[in-house]
Write a protein that binds this ligand. Structure first.
Ligand SMILES: [Zn+2]
Ligand SMILES: [Zn+2]
Length: 284
C-alpha cells in the first residue's frame, strides 16, 4: 500500500496533515475547526471517524484546535509528549469543546505506520508550546518527515530528514521582508511578535529552511511540502512571505549544494482566501 499524504492546511491560522497507509489513517496536528477539518478530509475521499490517532507537534492552538472535540465525540486518541498534553489541558479547561478526551504519549507505531519523534525548539517562555517535536512516519519503504514550527535548524532535524521520501518543512518568512518591517515604524506594534518569529524560539526563514534541506535531503527525497508560509493574511500587510520566494530559496540552496531538486509542493494558509488542501501525494 502506498503512503498517502495531504497537507490539509498549514500556517498560523491552522495546521493539519493527513497521512494514510490504506489501513491506518493519522492526523498530524488538528488546528482547524472540527467542521472544516471534516470537510477537508471528506474532500480527499476519507472519513474523519476512520482516523486512528491524532499526533500533536506542540501546544499552540493553530495545531490542536479540533483535538478536543475529535477525541471526545469521535473517540480518536490524541498523542503528544506529556508536557504538551498538560499545557493543552491547562488551557482548554474553560472551553468545553476543546477539552481533550483520551490522550497519551506518542507510541512507536499506530497500526502499520511506525512513528519516530525528534525534538525541535519553538515557543519559549511567553508562548509556551509544551515540548515541541517533529515526526517521521513510515510504512514499508515510504517515509515522511514533518518539521513545522521550528526556531532553528539542529542536528536532530537534519538526522530525522535524512533518507526520508517526503518532507513537510516550514519556510515561514522572507528575511528581507521581516528585517524591513523591523526598521519601519509603521509596523511598530508588530515588532515584539516579529522579533519572536526571528528568534530561536520562533519560525524558520526561507534561507534557514533552504540550508537545512541542503544539509539533509538526498536522492531518496522525491517530494517537499513547504509549509507555515506567512502569506494570505486578511490584511496583506501582515504577509512576510510568498510560496514563490520560499521555493526559489530552496532551489537556489539545493543547486549550490549540488543536490537533486525534488518536486516542491505548495501548502495553503487559510485566511484572506479560504485556502485549500495541498495535492494528495501517494508514495508507492
Ligand atoms: Zn503554528
Ligand atoms: Zn507554534
Amino acid at each position: 500500500m502506498p503512503l498517502s499524504i495531504c497537507v490539509l492546511a498549514s500556517g498560523s491560522s491552522g495546521n493539519a496533515t493527513f497521512v494514510s497507509s490504506g489501513n491506518t489513517h493519522l492526523l498530524i496536528d488538528s488546528g482547524l475547526s472540527t467542521t472544516e477539518l471534516q470537510r477537508r478530509i471528506k474532500a480527499i475521499g476519507y472519513e474523519t471517524a476512520d482516523i486512528n490517532g491524532i499526533l500533536i507537534t506542540h501546544a499552540h492552538s493553530d495545531h490542536y484546535r479540533a483535538a478536543g472535540s475529535l477525541s471526545r465525540r469521535l473517540h480518536i486518541p490524541v498523542f503528544a509528549p506529556q508536557t504538551t498534553i498538560d499545557v493543552i489541558r491547562s488551557r482548554s479547561s474553560k472551553k468545553r469543546y476543546r477539552r481533550l478526551g483520551s490522550a497519551d504519549t506518542v507510541p512507536d507505531a499506530i497500526g502499520d505506520i511506525s512513528i519516530k519523534c525528534f525534538p525541535v525548539q519553538h515557543g519559549g517562555e511567553d508562548r509556551n508550546a509544551g515540548e515541541p517535536i517533529g515526526f517521521v512516519v513510515t510504512n514499508g519503504d515510504a517515509s515522511f518527515a514533518l518539521a513545522t514550527d521550528v526556531g532553528r535548524a539542529s542536528q536532530e532535524i537534519i538526522a530525522a530528514l535524512q533518507g526520508t521520501r517526503a518532507v513537510q518543512i516550514e519556510s515561514n518568512y522572507d528575511e528581507e521582508i521581516l528585517n524591513r518591517k523591523l526598521t519601519d515604524p509603521e509596523h511598530r506594534t508588530d515588532w515584539e511578535y516579529l522579533r519572536w518569529v526571528k528568534s530561536d524560539d520562533g519560525h524558520l526563514s526561507n534561507t534557514q529552511c533552504a540550508e537545512l534541506l541542503a544539509l539533509s535531503i538526498s536522492e531518496s527525497t522525491t517530494d517537499i511540502f513547504l509549509g507555515h508560509l506567512s502569506e494570505n493574511h486578511p490584511n496583506p500587510k501582515s504577509d512576510n512571505n510568498s510560496f514563490e520566494l520560499a521555493r526559489q530559496a530552496v532551489i537556489h540552496s539545493l543547486r549550490q549544494a549540488e543536490k537533486p531538486i525534488p518536486a516542491i509542493h505548495r501548502t495553503y494558509r487559510t485566511g484572506l482566501r479560504k485556502g485549500q488542501s495541498s495535492i494528495l501525494l501517494k508514495l508507492e
